[in-house]
Structure formats: C-alpha cells, structure tokens
Design a protein around this ligand. Structure first.
Ligand SMILES: Nc1ncnc2c1ncn2[C@@H]1O[C@H](COP(=O)(O)OP(=O)(O)OP(=O)(O)O)[C@@H](O)[C@H]1O
Ligand SMILES: [Mg+2]
Length: 292
C-alpha cells in the first residue's frame, strides 16, 4: 500500500545568478517499507525531506505534480494544516539534532510535548511514555536526561533524544536524515532495530537518508540514488552492488574495502550527462516498484 506518493517534486531558490534547483523532478512512492536515499553531499536528500514536511522556507519554492499522504494532497498546505501532519503523521529526525531541539526547554518537556500534541492525555502518562522512549533508544539514566537541557547532552545522545521524540507520537511515516551518524555501533544497531520493528509491526513507512551505502544495502528494502537533485537510479537494496548507473557504481567503488585494501581509493569522475537523462529502474521483483 502506498503511504506517500511524490511526482515531479522541485525545490528552487532564487539566487543572484538565477534560479538554483536543489531538487529537480523527484518521483517515488513510499510503502510500508524501509526506503534508503543515498547520494553525495548537496544532492538534495535533506531538501526532499524538508519539502515533504513543508519546511522549505521562502524564498525557497516547492512545486510538484503530486504530493499525497494516504491519497490526500499535502502540497503547499497552509501552515496551520501542515502543523497537524508534521510530527504526528510524518516525523523527521533532522540531520543536526542540536539545531532541532529547543535550547531553552528540557529534554523531558520536549518529548512530552511531542507526545501530547498527538495523543493528548494527562501529563503523567506523557512522562511515562517519554521515559519509555528514552529507554528504548538505550539511554540508561532517562530520569536525569529528562531534566537536562540540550546543550548538556552529547551529540550521540542528542540524536537518540530526537529519535525518541519523533517516534513518541507513533507517526505513519518517519523521515530519518542521517539518524545514526553520531552513534557508536551498539547504539546504532539498537536504533535501527527500533525503526525496523516500527516498519514491520506497525506498518510505518521509513525514509532513511544516509551516506553509508553498506548500511543502506543491509538495512533497507529499496534504495533511491540521488545526484544533483534527481533520482538517477532506484533498485532493491539487496541488488545495490549490481547497480547499473555509473554514478552508483562510482559511489560503490570509492568505498573502502576491508577484504581488498587499496593504496588509494578511486576518485569519482562526475559527468554532466548524469545531471540529465533517465532514471534507471531495475525490473524488480520487489513489492514496491519505485522511481517512476
Ligand atoms: N536556503 C538555501 N538556499 C539556497 N540553496 C540551498 C538552501 N538550502 C540548501 N540549499 C542547496 O540545496 C542543495 C541540496 O541541499 P541538501 O541539504 O538537500 O543536500 P543533501 O543531499 O542533504 O547533502 P548532505 O549529504 O550534505 O546533507 C545544496 O546544493 C544546497 O547548497
Ligand atoms: Mg542533508
């Protein structure tokens, strides 16, 4: 079943040199799956997530032929209506948690507020839920962390707090932007497990933005590869190493390999042709044929 359907999404910014296109016609469907989004820095991954949530600030401009959540358009909704969707039905774990947490509010109050916004209810119920979510992301002394302000927690902890906060309202879709980049391996595994369970048990749709191709290949069901604001290739995660697009192949070749160490990693030679041209879609046997 399709949760989110996006066609020809574009995000543009006016600049002195003319219009800059950060996202140039992105199309995909998201089901109850783990959808990875990879691509180099500046390829438009975060901007795609922000556009879905209506978080592109003017003078940035978002257009699309379609942007639907459960069949209903969410494109350029008035802010009042978007606020009812954001954080409740679609959540986003931002790339830099330090900027996403409110610096003058304790961690506990922020998680409780996120939860009550969605579920309402009494304060003590929200407190229990907040503690439960902090424990779920492997925070060992949740009582202390609840009382802390964002600047008093480490980067990795801030990232886990964000994840707890975004998952507390039980969203239909989670957009996770580099959610595990500041986490050590054991915590990372646990955070991935939490997201995995939400997809499998509750049917959440997950958009997982990452630089880590190996991680995406292992963790996700399907992958979109972005280059210069476009999806250049879409394929099943398990087939990532058989990618056909030269850009994807280049990304894979520039990964360090433990099994076959090289003195020097090849440098990816970018080609103008990749900026245009069609999306390569493998004839997939997967449940969610992607990138249209
Ligand atoms: N407010 C803005 N005004 C103009 N251009 C912007 C603005 N915000 C982002 N951009 C540009 O949009 C492009 C896409 O940015 P985006 O943040 O989506 O990249 P990304 O793929 O998430 O990169 P990274 O992997 O580094 O996070 C970049 O070239 C960026 O410089
Ligand atoms: Mg980004």
């Amino acid at each position: 079943m399709t949760l989110l359907s996006v066609r020809n999404l574009r995000v543009t910014f006016p600049t002195r040199q003319g219009t800059f296109e950060a996202v140039r016609g992105v199309s995909f469907d998201l089901g109850r799956e783990r959808l990875g989004v990879v691509g180099e820095s500046g390829s438009g991954k975060s901007m795609t997530g922000r556009a879905i949530l209506g978080l592109v600030r003017p003078p940035g401009r978002v257009t699309a032929d379609r942007m639907e959540l459960d069949g209903q358009s969410i494109l350029n909704l008035p802010e009042r209506r978007m606020r009812r969707i954001r954080g409740r039905r679609i959540s986003m774990v931002m790339q830099d948690p330090k900027f996403s947490l409110n610096p003058v509010m304790t961690v506990g109050d922020q998680i409780m507020e996120a939860y009550r916004l969605h579920a309402g209810g009494a304060k003590h119920a929200a407190r229990d839920k907040a503690l439960e979510m902090l424990r779920a992301v492997q925070i060992r002394d949740p009582e202390r962390v609840m009382a802390a302000y964002p600047h008093e927690v480490s980067g990795g902890m801030g990232q886990r707090i964000m994840i707890a906060m975004m998952l507390a309202p039980d969203p239909e879709i989670l957009i996770a932007d580099e959610p595990t980049s500041a986490l050590d391996v054991s915590v990372r595994t646990e955070v991935l497990n939490i997201m995995d369970r939400l997809v499998r048990d509750r049917g959440m749709g997950l958009i997982f933005i990452s630089h880590d191709l190996n991680l995406v290949a292992q963790f996700c069901d399907r992958v979109l590869i972005m280059y210069a604001g476009r999806i250049v290739e879409t394929l099943a995660a398990k087939d990532l190493h058989q990618a056909r697009h030269p850009y994807t192949q280049g990304l894979l070749n520039s990964l360090p390999r433990l099994d076959a160490p090289q003195d020097r990693l090849p440098v990816l030679q970018r080609q103008d042709a990749w900026r245009e041209g069609d999306t390569i879609t493998q004839s997939l046997d997967t449940e969610f044929p992607g990138g249209l």
